[in-house]
Design a protein around this ligand. Structure first.
Ligand code: SAH
Length: 372
């Protein structure tokens, strides 16, 4: 048996079943055997591929969004460009190349990368070794330098640990929610169980709002770290003009159902199949994020689809320009395929959404239709 699996089982034997969030956090971030700290999982040779890895056009148009955001913040002479979960650093490198189109913007920028994995931090350092701006790393958003900030995160929220709750008593309303746990079955295999005790009143208040019509065995997910991040944004955004953009996969209304999934070499596998060696993610509940922001009085936009955002940022025009400058038909076909993958409704265009949080009093961000 593998080392991390042995450790997780020993812990369950000693302390009892653990929450899905604890299981996810250990699998993804255990410093010696967790998924992210021990490898570079991205790209076609890895386990999954993300938008900036598919095409440079993605980071380039996000770069334009960053320039416009800096203008909206009032063109501060110094701006922190903070990225959460930067992967291989490709998106930041594409953003900075585009950012150089505005000399005043690029002069104002210093970059802070927030990365949990030492292995990926090393890859980021390499990708950004020739960067035209200062680049630093911080362990946590609260440790990034204070001041006007533009914060971005692509496929970051989906790897934050989620807790899961199952409605066991249809007549008890919110009182009928029981936490789904990771336990051991009679053959000592990892398996799901459900806590016999209903959750506390305090925890019930944290559940997504829109679940009153839950039926027996409906499952709802809660991402406590997302609340923590929005609290951190709220504190920072109250002090200086700031804006944050997150792009991720998930619905724009709270949906019932288990969305925890494991990926290995681009295929779905069981979430217990190989702890620490598969990528674990869950859909982002954009409605829940908006509710948390509203409670914190943090201005937040409606979610827009990735297709709408990228189109408004001019990605089709960028594709045409790149195609015109490519030397052969193969290169042009590749650009068309990349654009299709990012934009098509059957690919990433609709499942992926963008949401923006910002300080009070700033204009509507580029690419979005309205505030909530
Ligand atoms: N944004 C990149 C990578 C997405 S993968 C892209 O689009 O290609 C998720 C990234 O988040 C990885 O870099 C992973 O190491 C990092 N990560 C996961 N959990 C984290 C946490 N709690 N804090 C900081 N980084 C985290």
């Amino acid at each position: 048996m593998k080392e991390l699996e042995t450790r997780i089982k020993a812990r369950i034997t000693a302390e009892g079943p653990m929450s899905v969030a604890e299981y996810m956090a250990i699998c993804l971030l255990d410093p010696t055997a967790g998924y992210y700290p021990t490898r570079d999982p991205l790209g076609s040779d890895g386990d999954f591929i993300t938008a900036p890895e598919i095409s440079q056009m993605f980071g380039e148009v996000i770069g334009l969004w960053c320039i416009q955001s800096w203008i909206d913040l009032g063109r501060p002479p110094n701006v922190n460009l903070v990225e959460l979960g930067p992967g291989r650093g490709i998106m930041m490198s594409d953003i900075l190349r585009t950012g150089a189109l505005d000399k005043d913007f690029i002069k104002a920028v210093s970059v802070t990368l927030i990365e949990a994995s030492a292995a990926l931090e090393a890859v980021q350092a390499k990708t950004l070794s020739g960067a035209n701006v200062p680049v630093n790393w911080a362990g946590d958003l609260s440790k990034a330098a204070n001041g006007p900030s533009i914060i971005i995160g692509n496929e970051f929220l989906d790897c934050l640990p989620i807790r899961q709750f199952i409605q066991k008593d249809p007549f008890a309303g919110r009182a009928g929610w029981h936490e789904r746990l990771v336990a051991l079955d009679s053959d000592n295999r990892l398996s799901f169980g459900v806590s016999p005790v209903a959750i506390s009143g305090v925890l019930q208040q944290d559940l997504p709002r829109d679940i009153d019509d839950a039926k027996t065995d409906d499952l709802v997910e809660l991402c406590p770290s997302a609340r923590h991040i929005i609290d951190q944004l709220s504190e920072r955004f109250g002090q200086h003009p700031c804006r944050a953009l997150f792009i991720d996969y998930g619905p724009d209304t709270t949906e019932f159902g288990d969305t925890l999934q494991a990926l290995k070499r681009h295929e779905k596998v069981g979430v217990f199949s190989d702890p620490g060696n598969t990528d674990l993610t869950a859909r982002v509940d954009f409605a829940a994020l908006q509710d948390i922001a509203r409670e914190a009085a943090l201005p937040v936009t409606h979610a827009v689809t990735q297709r709408e955002l990228l189109s408004k940022l001019g990605i089709e025009m960028r594709a045409v320009a790149l195609s015109k400058s490519s030397s052969n038909a193969d290169a042009r076909a590749k650009i068309a395929r990349q654009l299709h993958r990012l934009m098509d409704g059957e690919e990433m265009g609709v499942l992926f959404k963008a949401i923006c949080f910002q300080s009070t009093g700033l204009p509507l961000p580029l690419g979005f239709r309205e505030f909530l």
